[in-house]
Structures are given as C-alpha cells and as structure tokens.
Design a protein around this ligand. Structure first.
Ligand SMILES: Nc1ncnc2c1ncn2[C@@H]1O[C@H](COP(=O)(O)OP(=O)(O)O)[C@@H](O)[C@H]1O
Ligand SMILES: [Mg+2]
Length: 227
C-alpha cells in the first residue's frame, strides 16, 4: 500500500457560495501505481480541477484521506507539507507558467534546485529531461522564444525536475493544436516509461485520454471506470 504513488479515499468537497452548498466531490477513491498514467475525464464544471488541487495538497478535502508517496498531508505542518510537495509532486497546467526571464534549461534546473538537488545535478537532470522532450536544441531559449508546443513540453520537463512520485496535470493540452497535443502525449508517454513516472491527467482531450493506461470519468462527484 505504501508503495502506491497516491491513494485517495472518500474525498469530499463542498463549496459554499452565497449561502448555497454545492457538493462537487462526493466521496472519490483513487489509487495510482508508480509509473501509471491515469486520465480523469469529465465535462467542464464536473470537478476535475478541484480534485487535482486536493490531490496536489493545494486545497483540502472536507472529508477523506490522502496518502502521497506514503505520507498523509493532513498530518503535516506547513514546512513539512511544502517539503512533501517539492519532493513528491509535480504540477502542470493548461498554461506553462515558466519564468519569462530564465531560459528553458534554467527554468527546469531551478525546479530541481528548489527540491534540494545540487546545482550540477540539477543542470544535468534538466538537460536530460529537455532532451527527452525534444528541446535539446532549445536549452537557451527563453519562453518567449519558444512555440506554444515547445513551452508546454518545457513545462512537462519542469514538472519532472524533482523526480516526483506523481505529476498532476490539469488540461495540459488544453491550449495546444492537435499536432502539438500529440507531441506532448508522446513525450509524456516516453518520460513516464523511462522514469517510471506516474501522472494524473485531467482532460477532455480524447487522444490524451486514450494514451493513458487507465481512464476514469467524474460524474456528479463520483469517479467511475471509463473504458
Ligand atoms: N473555490 C471555489 N469556490 C466556489 N465554487 C468553486 C470553487 N472552485 C470550483 N468551484 C465550482 O466547482 C465546480 C467544479 O469546478 P472545477 O473543479 O473547476 O471543474 P472542472 O475542472 O471539471 O471544469 C464548478 O461549478 C465551480 O464553479
Ligand atoms: Mg478544470
């Protein structure tokens, strides 16, 4: 059990807006094995981002338990929680959030440095990841000098910089044309198998979902298998 990348049980989340209660997650269970790529499908507003925020410890569930890399975030103080995030989790969003004044290599290496990896090792790791992402010739380009697809692949490399147990990716192809979405998917598959890297992908991109090992659908606050 403790060798799971991530384990969620009975996750509930309700938002209160203007005196109204909105139940978004009604008891979600999820196990993610090391190296497993899981896609979470669901229409807009179904709670995919809410679930990913909770799995990423950026939001807290009202009920339920979470184990990330064997640790229960609800038992950790702020410092230990940041340490867990920087050691065990990687994040990727619809927009790249790369730092505009750093080049691709520096962006990825910085993420590794923040996780406590030495400068020499961080640079080596960043080079390897960017190379695998097809950006070996773009190491010294700043985000503004990269195409949209390249920026998103650099963001993927950055999400893996700290050797996370699991990467949480919210609509990672949401802003890409089909050709670049396809390229991101093949890079993700390549990195996942090379580094035994688990991913949880929130997406409504059918191709991305088909490329996952397992597909689940979020409907009315519950996750079910989506073959
Ligand atoms: N912080 C919040 N406060 C109130 N309502 C929220 C909050 N975050 C999300 N919601 C609501 O929860 C629902 C699910 O949102 P979200 O998780 O973003 O869905 P998805 O990512 O599947 O589109 C939406 O109806 C949204 O308005
Ligand atoms: Mg969303």
């Amino acid at each position: 059990m403790s060798d799971l990348a991530l384990r969620a049980r009975g996750i509930r989340r309700t938002f209160r807006e203007n005196g109204q209660e909105l139940s978004i997650l009604g008891g979600v269970d999820l196990d993610v094995q090391p190296g497993e790529v899981v896609a979470i499908l669901g229409v807009s507003g179904s709670g995919k981002s809410t679930l990913l925020s909770i799995l990423g410890t950026l939001d807290k569930p009202d009920e339920g338990t979470l184990l990330i890399d064997g640790e229960d975030p609800s038992k950790l103080g702020d410092t230990a929680l940041s340490r867990l995030r920087s050691k065990s989790l990687g994040f990727m969003f619809q927009f790249h959030h790369l730092l505009p004044d750093l080049d691709a290599l520096e962006n990825v290496a910085l993420a590794a440095r923040i996780a406590g990896i030495s400068q020499a090792e961080a640079t080596e790791r960043a080079r390897e990841l960017l190379d695998a992402a097809g950006l070996g010739e773009r190491l010294h380009h700043r985000p503004g000098q990269l195409s949209g697809g390249e920026r998103q692949r650099a963001a993927l490399a950055r999400a893996l910089a700290n050797h996370p147990k699991v990467v949480l990716a919210d609509e990672p192809t949401g802003n890409l044309d089909p050709a670049n979405a396809h390229k991101l998917l093949s890079t993700l598959q390549e990195l996942s198998s090379r580094f035994s890297q688990a991913f949880v992908l929130a997406t409504h991109d059918p191709e991305l979902a088909q490329g996952a090992h397992r597909r689940l659908r979020l409907v009315q606050g519950e996750l079910s298998e989506n073959p």
